[in-house]
Ligand binder design. Structure first.
Ligand SMILES: Cc1cc2nc3c(=O)[nH]c(=O)nc-3n(C[C@H](O)[C@H](O)[C@H](O)COP(=O)(O)OP(=O)(O)OC[C@H]3O[C@@H](n4cnc5c(N)ncnc54)[C@H](O)[C@@H]3O)c2cc1C
Length: 372
């Protein structure tokens, strides 16, 4: 039997926590301060949703995948796969405020408008800083959440509270891979005697993710290069640029990535998922032969479930998204990048545990990683 303290000793203290917030919003014991998960009081409970939902507690990824996705759709490198598309929001005003092509914002607006969702749990930030999880119900609020924050707030605390309240019955969630894995652990409802209303989760939109950054560190870095209150956008271009871009007013300030990588959250070093494999649709920046100047205005979308496919088809039918041909070899490139992240995570976990055989929280899924 797990003890709640296990979350402290197995995840928090060893530096595996991603800050996703899956352990929060359930009880008064767990919270977050400046992106750091904090256990406010010791808890002696032998069982609890906090540790059951945590994406860094041992998880049988294979069994979880097969619960939600047909086995024949699962590709070892990138997970469930029904198709890869290059898209962007047809509405230029969405694109103007978005991280890349605005596909996430456009799809959420459409899903709310069509009644496929009645609420969504999103992240709102000020130009990428001071992010917070929010529950939204209307298109304007969705738009106010456009753009990416690399600080990674405990958004899932908001989801836990919304599920507990049981007021909305088709809630969408947008999250990085750690968050969407936690959401599928919630959907699997490991404590059936304790209904967590996970049936109210309507649609999961995953974001590709390389890593998230330390809150204080990113704030300090931003202040060294720009006036933080004037920064409207941050992005990480493809690796050959080796930079973090800050948009300050009309200018783009380029920060050498060597200054950024020491700020990567330690929990991200152990993440084996680049493409948010647990999701209905997973969305990232486009990679095409056109190059970064064009690509940064587009997204690549992996369709993973029938629900995801239906929403993308509706977006095409209603003219909400524009599509262009995916780059030849694009899927292979994506698989290669995703595999690279998995191999790095396995290497870091072996170093962390001090054993070739011990993959820590990935132990129950060890055969999946041996295949790679
Ligand atoms: C920490 C992080 C790392 C990323 N790394 C990569 C990468 O390596 N490669 C890549 O291709 N793409 C990466 N992305 C995804 C990318 O930045 C865009 O989110 C994605 O391409 C969708 O673009 P869009 O224009 O459709 O998004 P938009 O239409 O602007 O919508 C963005 C949505 O993301 C949500 N959001 C913003 N910040 C967070 C957060 N911290 N946690 C959860 N949700 C959030 C908002 O709620 C909003 O709804 C990363 C995103 C994050 C948050």
């Amino acid at each position: 039997m797990l003890s709640t303290i296990a979350l402290d000793t197995q995840v928090l203290r060893p530096g595996l926590c991603t800050g996703c917030g899956a352990c929060q919003g359930l009880c008064p014991y767990w919270g977050s301060v400046n992106g750091r998960t904090v256990c406010f009081f010791d808890c002696e409970r032998a069982d609890g949703r906090c540790q059951r939902f945590c994406p860094r507690m041992p998880t049988d990824l294979d069994a979880l995948r097969k619960t939600f996705f047909p086995a024949e759709t699962i590709l070892p490198e990138i997970g469930p796969f029904l198709g890869l598309y290059l898209t962007r929001a047809a509405d230029p005003s969405i694109r103007a405020g978005a991280q890349h092509g605005g596909s996430v914002t456009a799809l959420l607006e459409l899903a709310l408008k069509e009644g496929l969702l009645d609420a969504a749990v999103l992240t709102r930030s000020q130009g990428g800083l001071n992010p917070e999880g929010v529950l939204v119900t209307g298109a304007e609020e969705v738009r106010a959440c456009s753009g990416s924050s690399f600080q990674v707030p405990p958004t899932l605390a908001v989801l836990n509270r919304a599920l507990k309240e049981d007021r909305y019955h088709r809630i969408g969630v947008v999250g990085t891979p750690c968050k969407t894995l936690a959401v599928y652990k919630m959907k699997a409802n490991p404590l059936p005697e304790n209904d967590n209303h996970a049936g109210n989760i309507g649609l999961v939109l995953g974001l590709f993710c390389g890593w998230g950054l330390d809150w204080d560190g990113l704030k300090a870095l931003t202040s060294r290069h720009a006036a933080p209150e004037r920064v409207s956008h941050m992005d990480i271009p493809p690796s050959k640029y080796h930079s973090l871009e800050l948009r300050e007013g009309g200018e783009t300030v380029s920060v050498n990535l060597d200054e950024v990588t020491p700020l990567v959250r330690s929990g991200c070093r152990y993440c084996a998922d680049m493409t948010a494999e647990f999701a209905d649709l997973s969305v990232g920046g486009a990679r095409s032969a056109d190059g970064w100047d064009v690509d940064k205005g587009w997204n690549q979308i992996i369709v993973r479930s029938e629900k995801g496919r239906q929403l993308l088809d509706l977006a095409r039918e209603k003219g909400v998204l524009e599509f262009k041909d995916a780059m030849e070899g694009g899927l292979e490139k994506l698989k290669k990048a995703s595999l690279g992240k998995k191999r790095t995570a396995v290497k870091n976990l072996r170093e962390h545990t001090g054993s070739e055989e011990d993959l820590g929280y990935l132990n129950p899924s060890r055969p999946l990683f041996e295949e790679l």
